[in-house]
Design a protein around this ligand. Structure first.
Ligand SMILES: Nc1ncnc2c1ncn2[C@@H]1O[C@H](COP(=O)(O)OP(=O)(O)O)[C@@H](O)[C@H]1O
Ligand SMILES: [Mg+2]
Length: 512
């Protein structure tokens, strides 16, 4: 089973690493996608507006010339072309500059600066540009711009086109009309190149961060799985009987919490195991004393040396009877105690009227005390209507044990007082005697099993388990038992029980 856990841990670690790497890769992929699309669009738009700005600037320059002479281009196309070409090629080598007439036909082309004749030949074969959407816009007097796959520049697939109308004002009517169209275009390879560079850098970044992720996750997960591995080891050792091993509790995380919970459980188990061992040792020790006495007496009787001494023989037989009875009580008490300890919560509780319970217990104690010897005073006035939630036989057993102790520790003609005190949620039953008292140093221990106070004599005929049983019974009732004692004056044991209800009409004055 533990090997299985170790195996899962190994795969847990692997799964962690894979998860980290996947998360990093996916987020990087998404980021690249988003950045790609937006930078692509952004760079294109920027390039287009750059070109548009240039067109407007050129347009105003050209217009002033056009306004003065109607046929500037028609008159000296070659000269204008060369000038434009010189200006543009120096500064914008990629830019193609063309002038169109108002029907979209070319008047000049910056790509043919010197070769006038071949340009004319070429132009004759080419159709006008009037069908292009941007040129159509310019013919209508607006600036047209478009980026598209180019048929003309085969080496540069994507091209930005700007068509800018050059207006002329009619001197008489003062109205504007389109005189020429300035037609610019520029390949966007450069933009693409920039983008590719960006992509390349992002790829490098992604690979680097993936590598970093792997390293970090290996470190982190080995830390985590080391904690779990250690926990599994401790648990395995614990299962094999090494109860002193504990897990590391450092860290507020789940592993630390696991360690804390496990250690609590281990402490509990260890204490229970100790209790069990102690009980076994105590019980065998207590059983040995009466058994030794019985075996000794029986031995002496059996070897026949006492046949002439019937008085001594009778005394030995009395010892055997007394010790057997004691043995019986001891076994009964041990059984009771272990039953109570094993299933304290399993005792079924029912409402028990307090007065009748106390009356019965006092009645039995009086009978056992014998007339005149010890008197038992019982004041149940305050208990009249009280009902407690409890197990009648077990509560009676607790009262019997306390009354037995009080009886055995009372002086001749002493008085035992049983009183009831009702508090907000508790009812207290006090059993007070005028006995020798319990020394203060013994008080904390009297409820321990087999503990005898004073000079270690204990109650005559007692088993040393009476008070331990009382405590277990009260615990099962969510109550408790306390003791107060003054040496030479007397002892008071008090049972604290939770009240259920005050019942009307119950009378408890039968004893008093
Ligand atoms: N009423 C009492 N007065 C003085 N000592 C008491 C009284 N009740 C109990 N004790 C002390 O507490 C010890 C434990 O009591 P218990 O558990 O009933 O065992 P036991 O079988 O000895 O009565 C007794 O041995 C005795 O020393
Ligand atoms: Mg007792």
């Amino acid at each position: 089973m533990f090997d299985a856990i170790l195996n899962t841990l190994a795969s847990l670690r692997l799964r962690l690493i894979v998860t980290y790497v996947l998360v990093t890769a996916i987020s990087f992929g998404l980021l690249t996608l988003i950045l790609n699309r937006s930078t692509d669009a952004f760079l294109m738009r920027r390039e287009e507006s750059n070109l548009r700005g240039m067109a407007i600037a050129l347009g105003t320059t050209v217009r002033s010339a056009v306004d003065t002479s109607e046929d500037a281009f028609a008159l000296d196309q070659k000269w204008t072309q060369r000038r434009c070409h010189d200006y543009l090629n120096r500064n914008f080598p990629d830019l193609r500059f063309r002038m169109l007439d108002i029907h979209g036909r070319e008047l000049m082309d910056s790509f043919y600066p010197d070769d006038w004749a071949s340009w004319l030949a070429e132009r004759a074969q080419r159709a006008g540009h009037e069908t292009m959407p941007e040129v159509a816009l310019a013919m209508a007097g607006k600036i047209g711009a478009e980026t598209r796959f180019s048929r003309e520049r085969t080496g540069h697939p994507y091209t930005i086109y700007i068509a800018h109308p050059i207006l002329r004002t009619d001197p008489k009517t003062r109205q504007h009309r389109v005189a020429f169209i300035m037609y610019l275009d520029k390949p966007v390879d450069v933009v693409r190149q920039n983008l590719n560079e960006l992509r390349h850098q992002m790829l490098v970044g992604m690979l680097a961060s993936l590598l970093l992720t792997v390293l970090v996750s290996i470190l982190f997960s080995s830390n985590l799985s080391a904690g779990l591995r250690h926990a599994a080891q401790v648990a395995r050792a614990f299962a094999a009987g090494q109860m002193d091993g504990r897990m590391r509790e450092s860290g507020r995380d789940e592993v630390g919490q696991l360690g804390k919970s496990f250690n609590q459980m281990a402490d509990n188990l260890e204490r229970q195991e100790g209790l069990r061992r102690n009980l076994l040792a105590d019980v065998s020790h207590e059983l040995r004393t009466p058994l030794t006495a019985i075996a000794g007496c029986a031995d002496t009787l059996a070897d026949g040396t006492l046949t002439e001494d019937p008085v001594a023989a009778q005394r030995f037989l009395d010892i055997i009877v007394r010790e057997s009875e004691r043995l019986q009580r001891l076994v009964n008490d041990i059984l009771d105690l272990s039953k109570l300890q094993a299933g304290a919560l399993a005792i079924p509780l029912t409402p028990v009227p307090l007065p009748s319970l106390l009356e019965d217990a006092v009645e039995i104690a009086r009978m056992q005390a014998g007339p005149e010897e010890i008197s038992i005073a019982c004041d149940l006035a305050t208990a009249a209507d009280l009902v407690v939630m409890g197990h009648e036989d077990r509560l009676a057993q607790a009262l019997r044990n306390l009354l037995d102790n009080a009886r055995h520790h009372s002086p001749a003609r002493g008085t035992i007082r049983v009183t009831v005190e009702a508090r907000a949620e508790w009812v207290l039953v006090h059993i007070h005697d005028e006995g020798e008292g319990i020394p203060p140093e013994d008080l904390p221990w009297v409820f321990d099993r087999f503990y005898r106070a004073g000079r270690g004599v204990g109650t005559p005929g007692g088993t040393g388990l009476g008070l331990a049983i009382v405590r277990e019974i009260l615990l099962a009732h969510q109550g408790r038992v306390t003791v107060e004692s003054t040496v030479g004056v007397g002892t008071t044991f008090s049972l604290h029980l939770p009240i259920v209800q005050a019942e009307g009409g119950m009378r408890g004055d039968a004893c008093g």
